[in-house]
Ligand binder design. Sequence first.
Ligand SMILES: Cc1ncc(COP(=O)(O)O)c(C=O)c1O
Length: 428
Amino acid sequence: MQKSEIFKKDRKYVWHPYTQEKHSSNIVITGGQGARLFTDNGRILIDAVSSWWVNLHGHANTYIADKIAEQSRKLEHVIFGGFTHAPAVELAERLLRHLPSGQSKIFYSDNGSTSVEIGLKMACQYWFNKEAKRTKIISFNGAYHGDTIGTMSVGARTVFSNPFKPYMFENIFIDAPVSGHENEAVDQLRKAISSEDVIAFIFEPLVQGTAGMVMHSADTLSQMIKICRENNVLTIADEVATGFGRTGKFFASDYLSETADIICLSKGITGGFMALGATSCTEEIYSAFYDDSKMKTFFHGHSYTANPLACSAALASLDIMEDEKTWRDIERISLRHTSFLQDIEKYAPAVSSRQLGTIAVVEIKTSEETSYFNPARDTLYNFFIENGVILRPLGNVIYILPPYCISDEELDLVYGIIEKAVIKFAPA
Ligand SMILES: Cc1ncc(COP(=O)(O)O)c(C=O)c1O
């Protein structure tokens, strides 16, 4: 297709996510290389948000591309009910090696929402199989766990979920243990557990991404997991956004002294190449389904479960994750973020900042409250695009979450544009 036709035909035939189509104008991307994306009219954009947090090792990474091509000539896909294959088995073994100890089995799906939906259903059916009547799930205020009805039900009630309210199940919301509110969070958890028949407590460990990259205490979250364990309540760590090095450790759970019973993975799992989700669980959970009775089967699956191409992309991405150079890059990015954020603090109180590993946040104070719909969002987004950088502020919260191959020069460019935005748009 001619480059000039793509934009026109996109308008005619395609519907984009989270987009008011009446006002949309989608930029045509014709290729990518490392942290850079190329537009049809010859512009270069630095992808400082890793294309919705999925890309780890750069666009068009040749190592991953070659491994997918190799696999595609052997086996592109096979039904995973009743059949298995080497990429799925090897990936499960290697993921379990990296996951916190105690995880025992991997259940595959094809995106973050399904990996969480599966975690919720596993927890629910765990109690059903044990003939225990439990009905409630606890999650954090401001949580985001996906866009299926189930995952929306454990997420914050916002304009995103408004149309679906009648179909969503009731949930118990408690505060996240953000600085200064740790005790409230623990008290609310204890109260919820004592007064309700709770299936599980689900959380985004350490960073609530969509809420505005809100960060909370590892110690208190560990304490909360421990309380759940002592009270026979399952725990689900949604590592869809935080997994694979983003927080400076392999998983955010690696900062915790207690491990969840179920862990949900997606996004970075394939280095950003293929759609894949994975949900891990302990032997205790698995054993509640392992039975002579077919009635205890986990009746869940997707046509593309454990797609061999996606698994081979994930294996290739793991090869790169296991390379020391990647961890030097993660450290390099983290240190550079720290020094940038120290510098940007000179604009306080017009801005505030926070960081965990490769996730850096600059929050611009505005007269409106901090929220996804803060009007500063569109102004900031357009300013960044005009200046050659893809940053997708969550309202007035600007965050950088780059691929690990981003160069120092590219990072400096991103920092420079953010500082310009602060000077231009933050109140003096
Ligand atoms: C913590 C978390 N869980 C789940 C999801 C849903 O993932 P997906 O968009 O792949 O369905 C997201 C997506 O941003 C997320 O941040």
